[in-house]
Design a protein around this ligand. Structure first.
Ligand SMILES: [Zn+2]
Length: 429
């Protein structure tokens, strides 16, 4: 039974905050209420104005905690749980030494199911209710992933990675088998419950031209599917791609050629884009995915958040677990702040919390369902505790505003600051 009223300090965003003073960009109810019916938000506002029709519902009182929309991660690799925090490599060596070795284990249904389940447990602990996920090249890894997500009623976007070259034998598919397996997964899972499929060529280096061509075919055949891949993360990766695709104008052009650009296309990293690539990202409304902990961990470079934002490129925020080093979107936002500092831009906490919620929902074209607390959207909600640790408690004594509190949450908070996670109205933490 999910029908209930949640009471607490309710915060939701309406638009991208332009500054710390932009109070029109969000709604905040100091003593707020959210009425949940059938897994959806039916009403929200001041508790004192709760309509009588909800009087019979049980009330869970979370005061003085903050209630926000569930957090959204727009790029992660669930199969890399076993290699997160592996020492001493940059992108291509990291893939070879750690990632590919780990991913070969996902040929096994039991292992895939176990890790999928552990991954969702970790997301719930961290208040992440939607994630955009790369599987491995094995079809069964995605069957296990989607089955587990469906059982938990989670809104998840994911796909089997396509990789038919430059990878170990037991991870390589073929252009045709990659197409066939993706097609079967789309038919089985895309649109089932809250699940959506992302066509997932790992990156240009690991895909033949035949495979990229068939990935483009999958997108044409399933126009509402997503596309996710990696782009311009590391200099050696860029040079290797140029050598493999001598006819392409630049890295993005490889993807452009196969029809990958568009508003449901998510390009992970985008650190070293040329002017032409940036213009093409903007014109196609493609999304550049900012993965700060990963970019710092692999020494890939600093994402130009302010520059790309100013140019009108759509941007989302993501963990990129397991090259990313934290499942926490709070920690991810904290590292995003530091990357922006190094680029001489002060990413303010309103903007960070917007990105983790409505901003990422917009990047996924899912703001009609997630990332917000509006009537008719799914009751994916989290409760944040700003005094979860003694260090936070001490710092909170000096907090003088909501924005200060949000900044403390992102800087000092982690899974301990998430006191509750609701998915479609069901409490999982
Ligand atoms: Zn990645």
């Amino acid at each position: 039974m999910t029908d209930q009223v949640l009471r607490g300090r309710v915060l939701t965003f309406f638009d991208h905050p332009t500054s710390l003073a932009d109070t029109d960009s969000f709604g905040y109810w100091e003593d707020g209420a959210i009425a949940v019916l059938g897994g959806k938000i039916d009403w929200r506002g001041h508790f004192s104005e709760l309509p009588e029709r909800y009087n019979a519902l049980p009330v869970t009182d979370h005061r003085p905690r903050l209630i926000l929309p569930g957090l959204i991660d727009t790029h992660a690799h669930f199969a890399q749980m076993g290699v997160i925090g592996s020492y001493g490599a940059q992108l291509l060596d990291w893939l070879e030494q750690y990632t590919f070795v780990q991913e070969t284990r996902f040929d096994c249904d039991d292992h895939s199911g176990l890790i999928a389940s552990s991954y969702f447990d970790e997301l719930i602990l961290n208040g992440v209710t939607t994630s955009v996920v790369y599987g491995t090249s094995h079809k069964n890894s995605m069957d296990a992933f989607f089955a587990e997500a469906d059982q938990r009623q989670l809104c998840m976007i994911a796909g089997k990675t396509l990789m038919d070259r430059n990878a170990p034998d037991d991870l390589r598919d073929t252009a045709q088998s990659g197409y066939d397996d993706s097609k079967a997964l789309i038919e089985r899972w895309h649109g089932k419950g809250r699940l959506k499929y992302a066509v997932t060529p790992r990156f240009a280096i690991s895909c033949s031209e035949a495979q990229l061509e068939l990935a483009g075919t999958l997108l044409k055949e399933t126009p509402d599917a997503y596309l996710q891949t990696h782009l311009s993360e590391n200099q050696i990766e860029i040079e290797t791609t140029a050598a493999l695709f001598p006819a392409a104008r630049d890295y993005l052009d490889v993807y452009e050629h196969y029809g990958f650009l568009g508003e449901k296309s998510l390009f992970g990293h985008c650190i070293h884009l040329t002017e032409r690539e940036r213009a093409a990202m903007k014109d196609s409304r493609s999304v550049a995915v900012f993965c700060p902990t990963s970019n710092l961990f692999l020494g890939s470079g600093l994402f130009d958040y302010a520059g790309m934002s100013d140019e009108g490129i759509r941007i989302s925020l993501a963990s990129d677990v397991g090259a990313g080093t934290s499942y926490s979107m709070l920690t991810t936002a904290s590292e995003a702040y530091k990357v922006c500092q190094l680029n001489h831009y002060g990413l303010n906490p309103l903007e960070s919390f917007y990105l983790m919620t409505l901003g990422n929902a917009r990047a996924l074209s899912l703001d009609h369902d997630i990332g917000t607390i509006e009537a008719g959207t799914s009751a994916d909600l989290i409760v944040l505790n700003s005094i979860a640790t003694s260090a936070m408690n001490i710092r909170m004594e000096a907090a003088d505003s909501l924005t200060d509190e949000l900044f403390i949450l992102q800087t000092l908070g982690d899974d301990r600051a998430i006191s509750a996670t609701y998915v479609a109205g069901n409490r999982f933490k």
